[in-house]
Design a protein around this ligand. Structure first.
Ligand code: SAJ
Length: 420
């Protein structure tokens, strides 16, 4: 039996710990977290995160939840899945990783695999993590291995989960990388791609998420251009997407939220700047995407103006606080940027999100009955099903997710993002 410690029982670590725990007794898995609420939930066989597969797994896997880092002293494999946020200067914050690695360094032993799944910019493993682990007689690549296997969990995705998403793995030695890859192959039924170095593995994750950010920025800029020209971007994207090769549809919206896409590009921008290169294109894409909440609010102000309604004191509803549909995750959510941007107009603002426990949440029916204007900020399925918009005279569809012809036929003003 091998002891595996997974540090960080969040949306990455918990599903991973459950997947490995299904191999019990070959692997005896410990889920380590500082959050007592998470530990309690796991002990009660309840998933601490919104993950359907993990909620099923926890019912029957053998997984020990603990806040005790000393459990790592006799671990064979330690997997770090802690947050890597960026600060307001868009600099990656490595405190969580640093704390975890300092704890691990206390219990390092020969032959251990230390695997980092958290997203980091290229160079963090070599320049930040290894110096922490190497502080005593044991050396990475010789006595133990540091491995990087970037996480790829997509919260709320019903098709792709920890068992079937391919992974990239790089490490401090070829044999260490192979050992780690073979370990992942025991519970992941997908390609496990061994790459030549830690930095390569770090770069793959940043590139895949930066790719998404620039493509979203591309259609967001098109949406603003088409708003001026009078072309419906949604119809054009549908048309372009019929091309069976060399086109990949992305959609304009009121902004880019989440724990990955708006964050990861800054890792590469910062790293390259330190190496003397300015990523003009990546920075422009971030600027375009960061401007979308303001653009959406502008659509609302223009629409109220056309209805000769002042924004001030008008009752306005924000439908959706989560950054993506049908889950309750508010990290970097554009909704909060819109709320902030609207505040200066002093409206009477109401918010509603069926997936987010928020003290300001107002019943949907109250919003539809009392508000004259709404912004649909998240395409939750509940909003797509609304038939009677009651008192609403203006809908700004931040996700172009509603049936605009049906809404217009009811005499309601509709404004989308590049689609009116
Ligand atoms: N968004 C757009 N237009 C698009 C796609 C997304 O405006 O065409 C917005 C969303 O509304 C959201 C943000 O971007 O606010 C991020 O959306 P996302 O679908 O990328 O959701 P995430 O952040 O959960 O992204 C995850 C990522 N997974 C990991 O990083 C491990 C990402 O790599 C995946 O590409 C993405 O899921 C996915 O494919 O669904």
């Amino acid at each position: 039996m091998k002891k595996v410690c997974v540090i960080g029982m969040g949306y990455v670590g918990f599903p991973l710990a459950c997947a490995i725990a299904r191999k019990y007794p070959k692997y005896d898995v410990y889920g380590v977290d500082i959050d007592e609420e998470k530990i309690r939930k796991i002990k009660d066989k309840v998933s601490p995160v919104d993950d359907e597969q993990a909620q099923k797994d926890i019912q029957y896997v053998h997984l020990t939840a603990t806040k005790n880092f000393t459990e790592m002293k006799d671990a064979d494999i330690i997997i770090v899945c802690v947050p890597t946020p960026v600060n307001q200067d868009h600099e990656p914050e490595l405190d969580y990783i640093g704390n975890a690695m300092h704890e691990i360094a206390k219990y390092l032993k020969k032959g251990q695999l230390i695997i980092l799944e958290s997203t980091v910019n290229p160079g963090v493993c070599d320049e930040f993590v290894i110096p922490i682990l190497n502080h005593n007689s044991l050396k990475a690549g010789k006595d133990f291995d540091l491995i990087h296997c970037p996480e790829r969990i997509d919260p709320g995705n019903e098709k792709w989960n920890v068992y079937n998403i391919p992974r990239n793995i790089g490490g401090t030695s070829k044999q260490g990388t192979k050992r780690a890859a073979d370990f992942y192959r025991e519970f992941i039924n997908a390609e496990i791609n061994e790459v030549s170095s830690l930095m390569t593995a770090e770069a793959t994750k940043i590139v895949e998420n930066t790719f998404r950010d620039i493509n979203i920025a591309y259609v967001n800029e098109l949406a603003k251009s088409f708003d001026m020209i009078g072309i419906d971007i949604m119809e054009v994207i549908r048309g372009a997407a019929s091309k069976p090769f060399a086109f990949m549809a992305h959609y304009p919206g009121s902004g880019v939220g989440g724990h990955c896409i708006p964050v990861d590009p800054y890792y590469l921008i910062t790293k390259a700047q330190r190496a003397g290169f300015e990523h003009i294109f990546l920075k422009d894409a971030r600027r375009i995407n960061n401007g979308m909440p303001g653009y959406t609010v502008q659509k609302l102000v223009i629409g109220l103006n056309e209805l000769e309604l002042p924004v001030k004191n008008t009752k306005i509803g924000i439908l959706g606080l989560s950054y993506k549909p049908n889950i309750g995750d508010i990290r970097e959510s554009p909704s909060f940027k819109m709320i902030k941007s609207l505040a200066k107009y002093k409206p009477q603002l109401y918010t509603h999100d069926p997936y987010v426990q928020d003290k300001n949440n107002v019943e949907l029916d109250k919003i539809l009955t009392e508000c004259e204007a709404v912004i649909v900020a998240t395409s939750h399925k509940e909003f797509l099903e609304i038939e009677d918009w009651k008192n609403v005279k203006l809908i700004v569809d931040g996700r172009n997710c509603l049936d605009k012809e049906k809404i217009k036929a009811k005499g309601i003003m509709y404004k989308g993002i590049g689609s009116n």
